[in-house]
Design a protein around this ligand. Sequence first.
Ligand code: ATP
Length: 200
Amino acid sequence: VKVGVLGGTFDPVHLGHLVLAEQAREQLSLDRVLWVPAGDPWRKAGATITSVEHRLAMVHLAIGDNEKFDVITRELERQGPSYTVETLRALREERPGEDLVFLAGLDALFDLPHWREPAALVELAELGVALRGEDALPAPGDLDRLLPGLSRRVRWIEMTRLDLSATDLRARAAAGRSLRYLVPPSVAAYIERHNLYRSA
Ligand code: ATP
């Protein structure tokens, strides 16, 4: 059994996340994709993020009845920052015999040396890395210079380019602009109903 792990702030979840999860599932033959909303994303310390209740509700709405997608709420129950390596360790223990593939964008791959315990992280999970648009395929030598042995642990996902970010969506909402067709309809309705991202 092979499961993808998609961590994120999901503030808010958008079509970029959904397409990444779906195309990763298809191209890497994943049995499931586990969505892991971050409680207190340490890489974004200092930034204000929306309450976990709202972010979690939106992820549930976004994945809807997709049987291949699950939401893991562990990080939300913990106090303090959530480190990917710890999440992967816990998943490994809970799901013995399942192969984990941590899903990420190319930007995250290049940032990997700055994460906690990067060498342990890539032992716990393969990395499924989305290449978008004109992203050039990094040479194995360049990956191994980043982290020894990394090239053996990376699987590439050719992803339809969706130039969307949660940062941009928050700015749009704050300016009173439409999020329609950028997030699932249920998520757009939720944002409107709860007046999220409007408080400027
Ligand atoms: P923010 O703008 O607040 O940083 P974000 O839109 O990048 O947020 P995250 O919750 O940080 O969303 O992302 C979770 C994961 O989804 C990350 O691995 C990120 O690389 C990936 N991701 C985000 N947006 C896209 C996109 N448009 N296409 C492909 N992958 C994406």
